[in-house]
Design a binder for this molecule. Sequence first.
Ligand SMILES: Nc1ncnc2c1ncn2[C@@H]1O[C@H](COP(=O)(O)OP(=O)(O)O)[C@@H](O)[C@H]1O
Ligand SMILES: Cc1cn([C@H]2C[C@H](O)[C@@H](COP(=O)(O)OP(=O)(O)O)O2)c(=O)[nH]c1=O
Length: 210
Amino acid sequence: MSNTAGHTGVFISFEGIDGAGKSTHIDTLAARLRSAGRDVVLTREPGGTALAERLRELVLHQPMDPLTESLLIFAARRDHLQQVIEPALAAGRVVLCDRFTDATFAYQGAGRGFDTAQLEQLERWVQQGRQPDLTFWFDLPPEVAAERLSGARVPDRFEQQPAEFFRRVNDGYRARAQTHPQRFIRLDASQQRDAVWADLEAALTRRGLL
Ligand SMILES: Nc1ncnc2c1ncn2[C@@H]1O[C@H](COP(=O)(O)OP(=O)(O)O)[C@@H](O)[C@H]1O
Ligand SMILES: Cc1cn([C@H]2C[C@H](O)[C@@H](COP(=O)(O)OP(=O)(O)O)O2)c(=O)[nH]c1=O
């Protein structure tokens, strides 16, 4: 839907293992889009609403079985979609979301071994066909990410996992990129910041979004 400035809503998600460089580029992109006159909503998952942020705290810090974890993540996602994402898109805004459902397939599916077919059911049920228009996947070897993160912040339940876990997570992202090639853009996140940004910017320019 278009707003009074003639803009159509755009939903962009940012994916990749912890430390891949998502946060670094989301803020830059938000500033860039705003200076181009776009109305930008910055949000994240799990989270993005008061309820979903409470669920995030549980998921990130409380041990639980993979089904409980997946249900809580999708419950948070349902609230986030209803309260924030769908209204913003309907108003013609650009939604920049730090992680979305591809993270569930990568972390709970590939990382924790939860059944992908069940995740697909939850995805259909909760999202009713809604998918990001564009997904930037920051592809980075786990050992480089670990190096970048060392000493940078207190690790949460996922960040404490061994390198092998993040290798599976990254493989999970690769599989998602292969099943959703039309919206996935792989960025070589091992490059210098400026080069990663240049690739991101070029992809958006090609699609007429910058
Ligand atoms: N291209 C890069 N080269 C080197 N360091 C980077 C690069 N991009 C980000 N970093 C640094 O790596 C760390 C993790 O980046 P961050 O954007 O927080 O990752 P994420 O949000 O994906 O977890 C931060 O300290 C950040 O400054
Ligand atoms: C969205 C999502 C995130 N996660 C995990 C990945 C991250 O380790 C964690 C939080 O992500 P993140 O927002 O990257 O946290 P921060 O940058 O503040 O450390 O949640 C899942 O396991 N499943 C999901 O569906």
